[in-house]
Design a protein around this ligand. Structure first.
Ligand code: NAP
Length: 498
């Protein structure tokens, strides 16, 4: 059952926090209203109540934001790498110091539990620290040409002004994963956060300004008409990079727009992660991993395990243990003590989850726990495990984006690999097995950008995050992350001995 009763003390704390967040647009270092004067409402998905309103950027505001980013580019690109590193490190400390506020704000606008939101603050902040450590280590090279007649100088330069479009499911981390490496590389930024969750991005921008970020280096333009604001920016030759995290259909649309100006892009798109449990797996460990891979962020994650393929010999044990644990999870507003599963972001998302579950059940799947909407205010859906899910079911093809675990069985490794690869997506896969050789074979055979072996969470700022196939282009984090924001210049030099 959901519990959405809020104590007077909690309500006062929430109101004070929301009132302290800037709700205008950040353009050229100043907080300004929308040029249309319009504002839009931000809702708490646990109650449906309006938290506050935010300035609704227009195309003219987007253009002003790019003007500011373009004007700030040269000076920012020429700052000493150490200066950028130290700013990012101050920002890391400041974000950690504001953990309580950022976490509660994310819970209020997105719905995840405060405990999970605190985890996101820690994860999101790590990109600031990782990028601060990378900023002063960007290197080029100097070498003689093979015939000795020239010298070859290879230099890394910031790509230039970037446009970032981010989703609502990780309001802080999806922003820091782009902004931190871009700032480290010396790029300026226009950020368009998701309309459902602009507050976290706005508070984070204030934290960066307080840490000393110069005017114009980061500009933030929340809006309700995303295409109208970002379309002209993507067509503007001053923009040099588009990085998008969101759904595959929107990503494809943006790629088409970017093709016109041959704009550099990074795309972090949808997933359809398979979770494989082999006959030699430690089933209890697999259940623990499944809980994390499926229910982290309430299942609203691109890395969320979408399809459980379990060897027939252990499927009954795995499914019943998973259903017992999932059925015992506390579903409530994320601010409740012990909250585990918060609301779905909105009614549209919840309706899609309900449709997918109904489709699987109508084809013969068994509901082992959950399976329906939770009554009351907010957009809650009960955590669900489905057994014997037939292969044609829609939820094995489409991203569920909610707390639903469909279990299907397999007999052989070849069959498991074929099932796992039978999707246009390729973001992440998980496998539980006691065999190192099998784990390595899976790494070679699975069409995936990332693979978790005997673990349900692998996101790490020091590792390259990203997908293959229609899950995206490019990587965020790791050694690779900063490369997305660096251009390579080659200078040929006449033989200095000639
Ligand atoms: P979405 O609908 O694609 O929206 C993502 C962002 O794109 C939002 O800021 C949205 O703005 C904006 N947008 C929508 N239409 C646009 C257009 N025509 N032009 C420019 N911008 C546009 O995705 P979502 O529902 O927010 O997020 C869920 C999806 O993100 C899932 O598919 C998930 O797998 C994916 N995701 C991927 C990763 C990854 O790293 N691979 C990480 C997290 C999420 P509005 O808010 O105004 O609609």
């Amino acid at each position: 059952m959901t519990a959405t009763e809020i104590s007077p003390e909690q309500a006062t704390r929430e109101e004070a926090l929301v009132a302290s967040v800037p709700t205008d647009l950040l353009i050229g270092g100043r907080w300004v209203p929308s040029s249309s004067g319009e504002r839009f409402a931000v809702e708490d998905p646990a109650t449906g109540a309006v938290l506050t309103t935010v300035a609704d950027a227009t195309a003219a505001d987007g253009a002003a934001a790019l003007d500011a980013a373009a004007a700030a580019q040269e000076a920012w690109g020429r700052t000493a790498p150490r200066e950028r590193a130290e700013l990012l490190r101050r920002a890391f400390d400041a974000v950690i110091a504001r953990t309580d506020d950022l976490a509660l704000l994310m819970t209020l606008e997105m719905g995840k539990s405060v405990a999970e939101a605190r985890g996101e603050v820690a994860y999101g902040a790590e990109f600031l620290r990782w990028s601060s450590e990378q900023a002063a280590h960007v290197a080029g090279r100097y070498l003689p040409a093979p015939d000795g007649k020239q010298r070859l100088l290879v230099v890394k330069k910031p790509v230039g002004p970037c446009l970032f479009i981010t989703p609502w499911n990780f309001p802080l981390a999806m922003a820091t994963r782009k902004i931190a490496p871009a700032l480290a590389a010396g790029c300026t930024v226009v950020l368009k956060p998701a309309a459902e969750t602009p507050l976290t991005a706005l508070l984070f921008a204030q934290v960066l300004l307080d840490a000393g970020l110069p005017a114009g280096v980061l500009n933030v333009v929340p809006c309700t008409k995303a295409g109208e604001v970002t379309g002209p920016l993507i067509a503007d030759p001053r923009l040099r990079k588009l990085s998008f995290t969101g759904s595959t259909p929107v990503g494809k649309q943006l790629l088409k727009q970017a093709a016109e100006g041959v704009l550099r892009t990074s795309m972090e798109l949808g997933g359809n992660a398979p979770f494989l449990v082999f006959e030699d797996a430690d089933v209890d460990a697999a259940v623990e991993g499944a809980l994390l891979a499926k229910l982290r962020n309430g299942g609203e994650a691109c890395t969320s395990a979408n399809r459980f393929y379990v060897h027939a010999s252990v499927a009954a044990e795995f499914s019943s243990k998973l259903a017992e644990r999932v059925g015992a999870m506390k579903v409530s507003r994320g601010t409740e003590d012990g909250a585990q599963i918060g609301p779905i972001i909105n009614e549209k998302g919840r309706a899609k989850i309900a449709d997918l579950v109904d489709d699987a059940v109508s084809r013969g799947a068994t509901v082992l726990t959950g399976g329906s909407r939770v009554d009351g205010p907010g957009y809650f859906f009960s955590p669900t495990v489905l057994g014997d899910v037939p292969l044609g079911s829609r939820l094995l093809k489409e991203e569920i984006f909610g707390p639903v675990a469909p279990v299907t069985t397999f007999e052989t490794e070849d069959e498991a690999v074929a099932l796992a690869n039978d999707t246009e997506f390729g973001l992440i896969s998980y496998a539980y097995t006691a065999s190192t050789s099998r784990a390595l074979r899976l790494a070679e055979r699975l069409e995936t950008g990332m693979l978790g072996i005997n673990t349900g969470v692998i996101s790490n700022p020091a590792a390259p995050f990203g997908g293959v196939k229609q899950s995206g282009l490019g990587r965020e984090g790791g050694e690779e992350g900063i490369e997305e924001y660096l251009e390579t210049l080659y200078v040929g030099i006449a033989d200095p001995w000639a």
